[in-house]
Design a protein around this ligand. Sequence first.
Ligand SMILES: Cc1ncc(COP(=O)(O)O)c(C=O)c1O
Length: 453
Amino acid sequence: MTTTPTTAKLPDTDLQPAPYTGPSRDEVLALRQEYLNPGLITYYREPINIVDGKMQYLWDDTGKRYLDAIAGIVTVSVGHCHPKIVERVRDQVGKLCHTTTIYLHPTIAQYGQALAERFPAGSNLKVTYFTNSGSEANDLAILMARMHTGSFEVISLRNGYHGGSPGTMALTAHSTWKYPVPSSSGVRYATPGYCYRCPLGLEYPSCDIKCASGIEDLIRYETPGQVACFIGEPIQGVGGVVDPPPEYFKIVYDIVRKYGGLCIADEVQTGFGRTGKHFWGFENWDVVPDMVTMAKGMGNGAPIGACTTRPEIAKKMADRLHFNTFGGNPVSMIQGLTTLEIIDQDGIQENALTVGTHLKNRLLELQDRHPLIGEVRGKGLMLGMELVKDRQTKEPATEAAADITEEAKNRGLLIGKGGLFGNVLRIKPPMCLTRDDADFIVDCLDEVMQSIA
Ligand SMILES: Cc1ncc(COP(=O)(O)O)c(C=O)c1O
């Protein structure tokens, strides 16, 4: 484990991990190399052995503390091991872990109701099918869209990410992630609204949002003229925190619906207050989807996912038997229910807005000082900084992004990286982040950027 001294100071905390007595980093690394699938990547050149987590902080096996600014890839929403969740889950595990949905259990029913209450009034987004992951939720949404519309063709966005099952890998048109799966599975790829690197070489707003309206030609010429659905992330996460022009989703949804398709919002990263002003990412764009898929932050670290839709769309699922052994199990459900409760009680969404706005403003100041930062973007506590070697040519600074994440880690800050070229720093912390934590993120990145300049 390398530690670089830093003048940027990790905020003090009363939180303390229990003494760690398990295997060391080197022992764990050796076990992993011998016994785990080599497809499992570690994030850092010098991997770290994270053994404890409390709220926005993580500790490694040596007791070194880190500020977690990537939250298990946007998965921990209200804080690692939030005491209220720990208490409720302990209680549930002691009572009943599993039966499957063949019996009634209060938690799944109560959570279904609690989720329905989070959707816009009048949307009738009301009925939920619970899964164990975002991939499963997206697979299910596509299945339901195909059954409901009788059409097969699916449109997803280039640069998007929807999961690791064969079905969702086909939706994921992102050549550096997973395996590109041929579109023979009925998937066509549309142009995302990525203004910083407009795929059409145009400029907003004189572009007339052709990235969105072009979907009509895609449907006319590359499908039988009818589609089952469109799926898109309200802000592309893995793709590098890509938020489209404000009109984008409205144009796309209107066209897709004109050709008989349903619209799916993949809220796996953007849901549960992450974007600050709204509970769901789609609400930022003034659209209402026909289906919403979710996972990650909904369970604050539990393996959980879900697809919510309108009753008339979901009805088809009752034609045959569709069964998920662990989907909706009482332990995940209590974790989901308690997470919702904490989002309200701890003012989590408001915090994502206020601390997120402060953090973004400070990152914009950082951009003034470091030519490496081509763009700062995102909403709430879903922020990204795209790094470039030259602001004119926008040549991706991929190596610098890797160096910065590595060096930030040495100084006690864990951030993500992503984007088409691996040159976007992704900042998506647990949403209990404080203003002092936000200042540490910026001060630490400032120092790291100076050190590598
Ligand atoms: C937007 C989005 N959708 C779907 C998924 C897949 O979720 P899971 O890994 O839980 O299957 C991810 C995972 O990163 C994601 O970011």
